[in-house]
Design a protein around this ligand. Structure first.
Ligand code: SF4
Length: 925
């Protein structure tokens, strides 16, 4: 080993110091992975490229592909022997994971080959599952959808899903709903990171992670706030642990002592739901001590005075009363994140899933600006997304309030643009005018439903259950299509179950039947369409860091399963808009995305560029993600959006105004709702010298890039040294929101009525077609004294072994063996009090229902908090539904779903569900 190391060092001319630095990057990675270090350029690339890849057997194929279990975007090599996906090898030159994977990711072959997959289309008839042909299944689905559409209007169908799909398949599904004539289409991102999108978009201009996972390595301090990366994003955590070895600090604030917290330099607990008070306490201390970056604040933000005023009320002592965190510990956190800059703030659903989720995200964004961390390598805001392509599916806007690329559904101009794109795209033969597109939608109260925001996935069932007079659409929802979506992810599951029993038709498109096939107690009206797994499909996927990667199919679809693209094409044909789906290849869809999605710069991620990057992966430096030499020279791995032209290298760090835009530089967007009370606000929120223009109630100082199909406007902007989105300031104050700067508001179910009186939630509000009871529900909780009946606060989260709703991982025998049963974490004092021993069965109960689960007795939670993982289904309030699945497809590991008992709270901006705070009780079963 020593001799080998020496020869590599001398060949690469790497100094001993550089080598020490590089090897410290990741103990888990191989030396081969680091052979693409900064010094590894020019001829050496060619030399390595010329090395033949050893094939062990002539019938063996090795396919570079991308993990389908989380958005870190790790690469692996699928080994195919005689057409069978037999095992996985390390893709050592993949710049993100350098060959390393977590236990979940390492199960790709196991999941693909699961004998419990849905093997052919099926229908539930007379209480029995019956095999049917594809022809019959597609005819039945399309005939019934047509009939429901004709009888009740297009809004009577709800399309849900595709969080695992490629960008292309996600784009096709949103287009499908548009041509069907409804905005009742939504997906998992609504209940994962919709509040991240709302909070960051309104503050900075884009609703996404401001860095890449690769760029994270440059931080001096990683502040985990509501993220348990060690279990949710293990390979990202590996990079952060490597950074720790190089001297970076890790700070964790969390209600639980998570596995991430176990690695922290500083860990503090706080009460679930008191997040804004915690962050404001930090800002209060930072300003008190003069630790802020005043130059950044003065030059690059708008509204600092409003924040300064607001945080005065959040002294460490006040914050201690709200959060339970001792004032001294809060000061320590403030000191550590201030003294070690650039620091970032990393969050997942610990931040997002609250009734004030959008405002917690804004508070985090404001903190990052106060410390001057935005636009810095390693600094910024790091919302780590969950599913493998949830960032991409969000960008393709399988959402009821946006069209692909974040064009708002309420503006007719968005629909005019898409009518033009659907007609002009060379990828399909279809033509449609704006008026023809509009005619596909219903009218209601004299207005077209085309520009009305649809139901959110978190509350779609209200469209079924509520009287028609109480919903903002002509008729109730009669059919639901669950496309790769686990219904167990949605809170208020009992209502969802009721709705599923009331529908005329349920269609499930998935590689597994999923618990949705078993949850409703019905004897017919469910059709199952077997979709291919991600390992059997091709297309682009986007990492949490906005990087586009081309994922190749490892094998062809097994059994009778079909790709999502094929299924959609077949249904579109039968529903009468097949001419808009006659793509010859998945690459044709990518090109239509390149044409249409302009606000976030998806022009440069062509199929050809992504495939070339994959081929020349070893030319990319894992330290900054940039190609050094070779045909991709200068490009960043994954061409992170915005990537404005086919010459652009991608933007690894958003809002970095130090680099030229042509080299990945960027700035805050300059298009905002005008704060009417400030006559000169324009001057304060814009840095560039573009003339203002007005569109749909907002003012912008940007180029007219959003509807320029030629790309000329983007090129002009770059030539003038500007991002097409202009040069604005970060909006610390957001005009038009109920709280223009964040303020603490108690959760809908609070354990402390005194705090509810001081910090009440919002007024009730109708949004996403249905009334949301904020204040009424909070007051109901207080009046019913739920804090006494249910004295514990339940919070939920991930397990490293399972994924999403668990349909795939609970069917993978290795993972099901490691993590076979649902549990609740309870503190030993509580366990003693209720007389439960470790792994006894207990009931966890809330005002919504109860779950029978194992007691995982641990000090990870304190004496007031319970924790449950959310991947479980197949059991409902203690009743095993195993015999309701098609024979032989019931999940290996089944358990009660925590969402039977989680809170009825929703975010005031996005309808995100409040899964992180619910009042519960626990007792021995
Ligand atoms: S689940 Fe995430 S961290 Fe694990 S291997 Fe897959 S992409 Fe990497």
């Amino acid at each position: 080993m020593a001799a080998k190391t020496k020869s590599i060092l001398s060949e690469l001319k790497i100094s001993r110091r550089t080598f020490a630095k590089l090897t410290a990057l990741g103990a888990a990675a191989t030396l081969g992975g680091y052979a693409t270090s900064k010094k590894f350029t020019g001829k050496l690339f060619e030399k390595v490229a010329a090395q033949p890849t050893p094939e062990l057997y002539s019938s063996t194929k090795r396919v570079k592909s991308i993990c389908s279990f989380c958005s870190v975007g790790c690469g692996y090599i699928g080994v195919v022997e005689d057409g069978v996906f037999t095992k996985m090898d390390a893709w050592e030159t993949h710049p993100i994971n350098l060959g390393g994977m977590c236990s979940k990711g390492a199960s790709m072959a196991n999941v693909t080959n699961s004998p419990r997959r849905l093997k052919y289309p099926m229908e539930k008839v007379g209480g029995k599952w019956k095999r049917i042909s594809w022809e019959e299944a597609l005819d039945k689905v399309s005939n019934q959808l047509s009939s429901i559409r004709n009888s009740y209007g297009p809004d009577s169908v709800f399309f849900c899903g595709l969080v695992h799909g490629s960008n292309e398949e996600a784009y096709m599904l949103r287009k499908f709903a548009m041509l069907f004539g409804t905005n009742n289409v939504d997906h998992q991102a609504r209940i994962c990171h919709s509040t991240t999108v709302a909070g960051l978009l309104s503050t900075f201009g884009h609703g996404a992670m401001t860095s890449t996972v690769i760029a994270l390595q440059h931080a001096k301090c990683h502040f985990f706030f509501g993220s348990n990366a060690a279990e949710a994003h293990p390979v990202m955590m590996q990079k952060i642990l490597d950074a720790k070895d190089r001297g970076a600090k890790i700070v964790v604030a969390d209600p639980r002592l998570t596995r991430t917290a176990a690695k922290a330099d500083l860990f503090v607990r706080f009460r679930p739901g008191s997040d804004i008070a915690f962050i404001y306490g930090l800002i209060n201390i930072i300003l008190e001590n003069g630790w802020q970056d005043q130059e950044f604040i003065d030059n690059r933000t708008y509204g600092f005075e409003y924040v300064k005023e607001a945080v005065k009320d959040y002294t460490p002592e006040v914050v201690e009363r709200i959060t339970g965190t001792p004032a001294g510990q809060l000061r320590e956190v403030a000191r550590m994140i201030s003294e070690n800059r650039p620091s970032n703030v990393i969050w997942s659903m610990g931040v997002t899933q609250h009734s004030v989720g959008s405002q917690i995200v804004r508070a985090c964004a404001i903190l990052s600006c106060i410390l001057g961390n935005q636009g810095q390598w390693g600094g910024g805001c790091i919302p780590a997304r969950g599913h493998d392509n949830v960032q991409g599916v969000t960008d393709m806007c399988v959402l009821s309030h946006f069209l692909p690329g974040y064009y708002g559904v309420t503006a007719e101009s968005s629909w005019k643009w898409y009518a033009q794109c659907f007609s002009d795209t060379p990828s399909t033969s279809g033509k449609i005018t704006f008026d023809e597109l509009k005619a596909r939608f219903d009218t209601y109260n004299g207005e077209s439903m085309m520009t009305k925001i649809g139901f959110a996935v978190s509350r779609w069932y209200e469209g079924v259950l509520k009287p028609e007079a109480e919903i903002d659409q002509p008729r109730n929802i009669k059919a639901a299509v669950f496309w790769g979506e686990a219904t167990s992810s949605v809170t208020e599951m009992k209502k969802e179950k009721d709705a599923m029993e009331k529908l005329d038709l349920i269609v499930i498109v998935d590689p597994f039947p999923t618990s949705a096939s078993a949850m409703p107690n019905r004897s017919d009206g469910i059709i199952l369409l077997p979709a291919a797994t991600r390992q059997e499909g091709t297309g682009s996927v986007t990492t949490t860091g906005r990087e586009w990667q081309w994922r190749d199919a490892v094998i062809s679809p097994m059994y009778e399963s079909r790709s999502d693209m094929w299924i959609m094409q077949q249904l579109a044909d039968r529903l009468g808009f097949g001419e808009h789906y006659d793509y010859k290849s998945i690459e044709d869809v990518t090109r239509e995305i390149n044409l249409a999605c302009r606000p976030i710069g998806l022009q440069g991620q062509t199929p050809e560029r992504m495939k070339l990057q994959k081929e020349y992966d070893y030319t990319f430096d894992p330290w900054d993600g940039r190609a050094k030499g070779g045909p991709c020279d200068g490009q960043y791995w994954g061409l992170p959006w915005p990537c404005w032209t086919t010459d652009h290298p991608g933007t690894p760090v958003l809002y970095c105004d130090k680099a030229p835009v042509t080299e990945g530089g960027h700035d805050f967007r300059a298009r905002w709702t005008y704060p009417a009370d400030e006559p000169n606000a324009g001057e304060n929120i814009v840095r560039g010298n573009l003339p203002p223009a007005s569109t749909g109630g907002s003012i912008h100082w940007t180029y007219a890039y959003g509807t320029d199909a030629t790309g000329e406007v983007n090129r002009q902007a770059l030539a003038e040294g500007n991002p097409p989105t202009g040069r604005g300031r970060a909006m610390l104050r957001v005009a038009g929101w109920t709280d223009q700067v964040p303020r603490h508001r108690e959760p809908i179910e609070s354990p402390d009525p005194a705090l509810v009186a001081m910090y009440p939630t919002y007024e009730d509000k109708k949004m996403y077609r249905v009334l949301t009871e904020f204040k009424t529900e909070q007051q109901r909780s207080v009046a019913e004294k739920r804090h006494e009946k249910y004295p514990f606060v339940l919070t939920t989260g991930r397990q490293v072994e399972h994924h999403g709703g668990g349909a795939q991982t609970r069917n993978a025998d290795y993972l099901a063996e490691i993590q076979p049963e649902m549990y609740v974490e309870i503190n030993p004092t509580v366990a003693n009090y209720i007389g439960a021993k470790h792994w006894d069965y207990v009931w966890v109960e809330s005002a919504r229902g109860r779950c029978r689960v194992r007691a995982n007795v641990t000090k990870r939670v304190d004496e007031r908090t319970l924790f449950m993982p959310y991947h479980w289904a197949g059991v409902f309030e203690g009743v095993d539904y195993g015999d309701r699945y098609p024979e032989g497809t019931e999940e290996l590991a089944r358990g009660d779903s925590c969402n039977i008992i989680t809170s009825p709270g929703y975010d005031e901006q996005t309808q995100m569900q409040e899964t992180k705070v619910a009042l519960c009780n626990v007792y021995k079963a």
